[in-house]
Design a protein around this ligand. Sequence first.
Ligand SMILES: C[S@@+](CC[C@H](N)C(=O)[O-])C[C@H]1O[C@@H](n2cnc3c(N)ncnc32)[C@H](O)[C@@H]1O
Length: 394
Amino acid sequence: MGNLDISEAVASIRSLRASVQDDDNVRRQLKSELEEARKLLETPVEALWALLYQCVPTTALKALLDMGAIDELNACEDSLSVKVLAEACGADERIVYRLIRPLAPLGVVEELPGSLYRATPLSRLLSDPGFKGGYVFVHSLELKAFAGLPYFLQKAGYRMPTEGPGPFQYSLQTEDSIYEYMAKDGDLMVHFGKFMARSRAGRPEWFNFYPVQERLVAQSVGGEPHSDALLVDVGGGEGHDLQAFRNAFPDCPGRLILQDTETVLGNIRTLDAAVERQPHDFFTPQPMHGARAYYLRQIIHNYSDGEALEILANVKLAMTPGYSLLLIDDFCLPGESPPYYPALLDVVMMAAFTGTERTQAQWYSLLDRAGFKINRIYRDATGQEESVIEAEPK
Ligand SMILES: C[S@@+](CC[C@H](N)C(=O)[O-])C[C@H]1O[C@@H](n2cnc3c(N)ncnc32)[C@H](O)[C@@H]1O
């Protein structure tokens, strides 16, 4: 291909870039095409080196976040020199320069001539406590479990334990689960809570693809013999999902109950007064009987089947057959070729929680063994396979 053809191709991609901003489906389609094109263009050796050192930008960024360099950049409309940035952070100029350079090609910061750096939309996200919290949590805890995973698996003869110590315990030399570990470090739990509140960013809310009016509200809530609870969010963190639900359905009848550990509920700073807080360990019997729905988002994927069955048994005992619904909000993967993000998250679940992202067939099997029948699986339209599985006791 001559130079002319290349410049035409580049020009047409640039013009497409501008025109896809208003249509997310077209944007995603183009992105996927460009990713395929990149795979064709990159040599295997180039791809291998990039893969080997994929953790480096993450590590460099964590140091820049900790010293406050990213917040400094984000606070400034203009570019900053490395010297000014380093002075503001009380850091050695050479260290800042060496850490920030690999971040420019990734779009985390923008590099301008003269070693000047400027914030980007991506760096600005990192001043949001939710995204920053995710970064701190993943870096301080999960990365250690990822690093230890191959050694753990080798030692375990490449078999996943269904209970007892897993890769997290092996890597961090602890007997605690990741939640017990975080509970002993107040800051980490706060970061994790903020991270969870942001973890649906870029994806639709569950009630945008689950028909709340038709499935939850149309049947009257309360009145003998039912409880007047509409929704119990089991392991709902600091209440971000119930808050979003309340904002979307301010007049919805029925109580909204938020359950989590005492530590997590104690971290809540702002939450609608209509959301009731109830400390509850989901490995013990569910105290709210006969609610219209029990909602478990990103809970079951943290656990192996044995532990998941325990949690589900505790919910089931509290449900009123023929009235109460179980709503599991998790990824529900196809049997093959899952999207990249849930496939990544599945390894995260393996390393940090001894849990797993499940395929549709695995959900049917698990819920059947737990004594539930699945009414329907509602899927979001982003192609990420996040789903609300509606089930009731058999
Ligand atoms: C992955 S987070 C999901 C939070 C929320 N449902 C969401 O999707 O954003 C798991 C939640 O379960 C809570 N949790 C962990 N162990 C628990 C237990 N034994 N009983 C109740 N909550 C627990 C954690 O504190 C955390 O808020």
